[in-house]
Design a protein around this ligand. Structure first.
Ligand SMILES: *Cc1c(COP(=O)(O)O)cnc(C)c1O
Length: 355
């Protein structure tokens, strides 16, 4: 029997979630974020599944856009980081990519714009409060003037705290956005998944959901309960043993048996992307029962306390996260967020796409 650890990507769930995002977006256009290998779900299969359902795709860097075009994907593609150098400018021109510009240096790379080189659309990033990238609001008119000749200019910003619907920071960001005096429809874009789910999106032409498409937003809100997890990370029990009271399990002896215990060993570890920072008690679904992680995560294995699980034997199916166990519940126990766990699965784990 091969090692049973694998990832299943449910493309039907992805399409369903895009439908939910579409309904929340109302009349706004959907740009699907597929950066970082579609958040670890597979850039090409996910983009192909999304192609008929969204208006455009967003990637972080030009290299990701090249992969999309090589796979024959014709949708408009936005490069969120914008160009890093002249090579990127050539790629943007050749593949007719839409590009973000977030600084004058980047704008200088893009200029001068001629009929031949004009990208179909340039997205000007404005810093309303995230303070990572973007032009200051007062410089926007000058930037737009420099982009004279570009067929389509979109002004965009990004929520820093969209997960919290009552956030003071969000209120400040929206305030600065409103003071830009932009048209309420054409050429504007603000919200990510959290903005959409929490109903924060100002009137805009575009919304840019990512994590909600993969069914793992880390906040509740409108439409949240309709989303379906796309990635399921599964394995099976490879060994079961009895451990006497007071004995410890795994490296460093972190977990100590408070009673005579049954321990199941599962062939997944941090070498596969299961977080080493997961604490004792992190839920693992063994058969139909949620059981607590017991002991440090190893490179290739984890150990789980199955004393209270009555149908656990070698070969019993295990879900690390997915359809039944939300990835965010595991992430919480590892002091991180679902985004990180989904995105950093390693190539050792076979991925299967279910149409
Ligand atoms: C990644 C990203 C998004 C999507 O964010 P989610 O939180 O995954 O919905 C939207 N806009 C920008 C600029 C991004 O970088």
């Amino acid at each position: 029997m091969p090692r049973p650890s694998a990832i299943t990507i449910d493309l039907e769930a992805l399409k369903h979630n895009a439908g939910v995002a579409g309904r929340l977006a109302d009349s706004k256009k959907l740009m699907a974020a597929v950066k970082a290998d579609a958040y670890g779900h597979g850039l090409i299969p996910c983009s192909k599944a999304l192609e008929p359902l969204v208006h455009s795709l967003a990637v972080a860097v030009c290299e990701e856009a090249v992969l999309l075009r090589e796979a024959g994907i014709q949708l408009p593609i936005l490069v969120l980081d914008g160009p890093f150098d002249r090579v990127d400018i050539e790629v943007i021109n050749e593949l007719k990519l839409m590009s973000v510009v977030h600084s004058q240096q980047q704008l200088d790379l893009l200029l001068p714009i001629t009929d031949k080189t004009a990208p179909p659309s340039v997205w000007v990033k404005v810093d309303t409060g995230m303070h990572r990238l973007g032009f200051q609001p007062k410089d926007l008119p000058d930037v737009i003037a420099q982009l004279n000749g570009v067929p389509d200019v979109v002004v965009m910003s990004h929520f820093a705290d969209g997960e919290d619907p009552g956030s003071e920071l969000t209120r400040r960001q929206l305030d600065r956005w409103n003071r830009l005096g932009l048209p309420i429809q054409d050429g504007t874009s603000f919200a990510n998944s959290a903005g959409l789910i929490n109903g924060l999106a100002p009137a805009c032409e575009w919304v840019r959901p990512g994590i909600m498409l993969y069914g793992a937003p880390h906040q509740n809100g409108q439409g949240h309960e309709l989303l379906r997890p796309v990635m399921s990370f599964r394995s099976a029990v490879m060994a079961v043993r009895t451990v006497e009271t007071g004995e410890t399990v795994g490296y460093g002896g972190r977990w100590q048996a408070p009673r005579v215990s049954r321990i199941a060993t599962i062939p997944v570890g941090y070498g596969d992307g299961y977080p080493r920072s997961a604490k004792d008690g992190t839920p693992v679904l063994i058969g139909q029962t949620l059981c607590p992680l017991a002991g440090r995560v190893s490179m290739d294995m984890i150990t789980v306390d199955v004393t209270d699980c009555h149908d656990c034997e070698v070969g019993t199916p295990v879900e690390l996260w997915g359809q039944t166990l939300p990835v965010n519940r595991v992430a919480e126990q590892a002091d991180t967020i679902g985004y990180e766990l989904l995105t950093r699965m390693t190539s050792r784990v076979p991925r299967h796409w279910r149409p």
